[in-house]
Design a binder for this molecule. Structure first.
Ligand code: SF4
Length: 65
């Protein structure tokens, strides 16, 4: 699984990095950055919650090719 942010949708409010600092951080420009591109099993629940909680639908989990 791959954790991805669609920057065309992201409003940079920082909800993801606030709620899940184990998966995201905020860069110096205020944009969220994915810390764990390929979350392991122990982080799947948190990653799925981040997908659900992003108010702009900017976070997605995709299958690895
Ligand atoms: S929660 Fe969604 S809209 Fe908000 S900063 Fe994170 S990716 Fe962007």
């Amino acid at each position: 699984m791959r954790l991805v942010i669609d920057y065309k949708r992201c409003r940079k409010a920082g909800q993801c990095s606030y709620l899940h600092p184990e998966l995201f951080k905020v860069d110096s420009a205020g944009a969220p950055v994915v810390l764990v591109d390929h979350p392991g099993k122990e982080l799947h629940e948190a990653a799925e919650e981040a997908v659900d909680l992003c108010p702009n639908g900017a976070i997605s989990l995709t299958e690895d090719p």
